[in-house]
Ligand binder design. Structure first.
Ligand SMILES: [Zn+2]
Length: 460
């Protein structure tokens, strides 16, 4: 077997992945701030790192994967204030919505999903250690990280500290010693959510949360730290500075970052009105098709979402599931062993080259469509399912895939419309009957009127 190579943002190179302890690989990925519904760009990291976790689990006996929930944040405070509810009402609501989206996209749960509200004591300990080691200071109820005290600052994002300071010179808070110093703890007013601390009642800054949670669950040095590319600076640069200075050890061996999702070649933004929420996309397409689109580009490259990507993903999955449906009666024995083709494994081991891996799946399905020998079919079916498992694709029954997206609400609605249309025809209400046919056509439902009544299917 070839070895897994990963691109490390810190060294700017692809290198062989060698875990500190092959019996327990550790990975931390920054999760969402749960203040509203997540858009498609927010779902790219959990899908990408779910694939990495699957690949790692296939190679190492144990992987400990932590992906946090940020449930202390000023945006949550604001949303709670607007509704006049406790912050937990907001964060629980949007954690559930996030989990629903992840389930639909076939993302397996991480081993640990730490919440900031459950780690305030650990955050205090990290801040204490930083003050003690001369890397943080208290000022006007705040605790700040002293950026000039750490020589390695800027090494991850490749930014010149001088430049960083110059860039931060707008609106400098009076309590900062240096312009680039960032908040570890900030005071809360009486009407703001807050926690008691040695520095007064307040709340943690965003960056220290991840430092405390990663150390609490994975140790002071971890193998892999992942997240979206937008987190390199300042979030990960600051996490790296805090962890290195609090522990006196290297924080992360492999830093991995995924690219943005753009919509029609533009950055998603509220002002353009092109923000795509996954819960809306799920009305139009099965989660597996959304996942397919997210894996259709290399994870480090930007992904361009356009109007036709979901249709294309649907038809690609139709081809792959079509090959599996043809082999519906082929039985794969449980003890068949690893049938993952070397071309597929090589693509995945080359810094998760999912576009190339998907191309390998198509070549398998092509072979399956021409192959005649039963033995070959058994191997091809196993190869498709086992390779699909690494990507989190092709794991459902082909019939389930072809019968639609498994959305029973929608199926019930369609059945009801069909019944109503039949009644309209009996009543000779042709206008209504045509209207219903048009509604169904919009849903891409194809009706076939036969002697035994009307059957339907969803055309992709
Ligand atoms: Zn983080």
């Amino acid at each position: 077997m070839k070895t897994l190579k990963l691109y490390n943002t810190e060294t700017k190179r692809k290198a062989e992945f060698v875990p500190m302890n092959p019996d327990n690989v550790t990975m931390y990925v920054c999760g969402p701030t749960v203040w509203n519904h997540a858009h498609i760009g927010n779902y790219r990291p959990p899908v990408v790192f779910d694939v990495l976790a699957r690949v790692l689990r296939s190679q190492f006996p144990k992987v400990t994967y932590a992906r946090n929930i940020t449930d202390i944040d000023d945006k949550i405070n604001l949303a709670a204030e607007k509704e006049g509810v406790d912050i937990s009402v907001i964060s629980e609501r949007f954690t559930k919505a996030y989990h629903d989206g992840l389930d639909a996209l076939g993302v397996l749960p991480p081993d640990i999903e730490p919440k900031v509200t459950e780690h305030v004591a650990e955050i205090h300990q990290k801040i204490d250690a930083l003050i003690e080691r001369g890397h943080a200071y208290e000022a006007e109820g705040h605790v700040l990280f002293d950026v000039p005290s750490y020589q390695g600052y800027g090494e991850l994002s490749k930014r010149d500290p001088e430049e960083l300071l110059a860039g931060a010179r707008i609106d400098i808070a009076s309590y900062k010693k240096s312009d680039g110093d960032f908040v570890l703890w900030k005071p809360s007013s009486d009407d703001q959510p807050g926690w008691d601390s040695p520095w007064g009642r307040g709340r943690p800054g965003w960056h220290i949360e991840c430092t405390a949670m990663a150390a609490a669950h994975l140790g002071e040095t971890i193998d892999i730290h992942g997240g979206g590319h937008d987190l390199v600076f300042p979030h990960h640069e600051n996490e790296r500075a805090q962890s290195t200075c609090a522990h006196g050890t290297k924080f992360v061996n492999y830093w991995l970052h995924n690219g943005f999702v753009n919509v029609n070649k533009e950055k998603m933004s509220k002002s353009i009105g092109n923000v795509l929420l996954v819960r809306d996309l799920l009305n139009d397409a099965p989660g597996e098709a959304i996942r397919y689109v997210l894996l259709s580009a290399h994870y480090r490259a930007p992904l361009d979402w356009s109007d036709d990507v979901l249709l294309q993903a649907n038809s690609s999955l139709d081809r792959l599931y079509g090959a599996l449906r043809k082999m519906q009666n082929v039985v794969v024995p449980n003890d068949i062993g690893n049938q993952i083709p070397s071309g597929f494994a090589e693509a995945m081991f080359d810094d998760l080259n999912t576009p190339k891996a998907l191309a390998e799946l198509f070549s398998l399905s092509k072979q399956a469509n021409t192959s005649v020998s039963k033995d070959e079919q058994v191997k091809l079916k196993a190869a498709l399912i086992q390779s699909g498992e690494w990507l989190g694709l092709l794991q459902q029954d082909p019939e389930t895939w072809f019968s639609g997206d498994g959305d029973t609400d929608e199926a019930a609605e369609i059945e009801q419309l069909i019944v109503e249309r039949a009644r309209a025809k009996v009543d000779k209400n042709w206008v209504r009957a045509d209207e219903i046919r048009a509604i169904l056509a919009d849903k891409r439902v194809v009706l076939e009127d036969g002697a035994d009544g009307t059957t339907w299917r969803i055309e992709r």
